[in-house]
Ligand binder design. Sequence first.
Ligand code: DX5
Ligand code: ZN
Length: 219
Amino acid sequence: MAVQISPSILSADFARLADEAARVEGVADWLHVDVMDYHFVPNLTLGLPVVEALLKTTSTPIDCHLMIDDPDRWAPGYAEAGAASVTIHAEAAKAAVRTLRAIRAAGARSGLAINPATPVDPYEDLLPEIDMLLVMTVEPGFGGQSFLDIMLPKIVKARGLIDKFGGEVWLQVDGGVSAETIERCADAGADVFVAGNAVYGAQDPAQAVRDLRALVDKG
Ligand code: DX5
Ligand code: ZN
């Protein structure tokens, strides 16, 4: 699978989201939108109305990462609104299979995320229900944190489970992904890279996306 880069608007200027989305349009594969609710994580960002507004302003597919309690209740709405990918957290879902199926039924790709302390092995049986597995490489909640190297063996393990399963499940990493760390993630088996600070903290976000891609896209 070709390498994909998903810039996180968590590090963008929230007062100018349309402009910030436009800065990576045509260069980024996805726009990563972090939905946080002050409950599942100790931070509050945005919700469905802002995602709906973004969908109207950008042609880049939206990759919604829901760091919220009760994703079973809220996740399908993001897919129905037109987000092309909707990821829920394994730690928060009470009916993950039903919710992942509802996301797909609404026409989006279904994603399952696991926090740093959550092992990947118990989710092997869910691989047929998902289009993407997200291995968090920081504790979720904030941009600009340091990449957790201790997650690399889990990425390797996740890659092994996906290859054994044999279906097309993308393996996303999120948190501290930068020019310094992206190659380690790719070598471990990740193929979708979220980058917040490394893209929106750069002078030229589009060039930052190109540079990140060049480090891991060996053609
Ligand atoms: C963190 C979010 C990330 C965040 C990553 O909880 O899920 O998407 O924006 O930001 P960086 O790339 O700066 O670590
Ligand atoms: Zn995220």
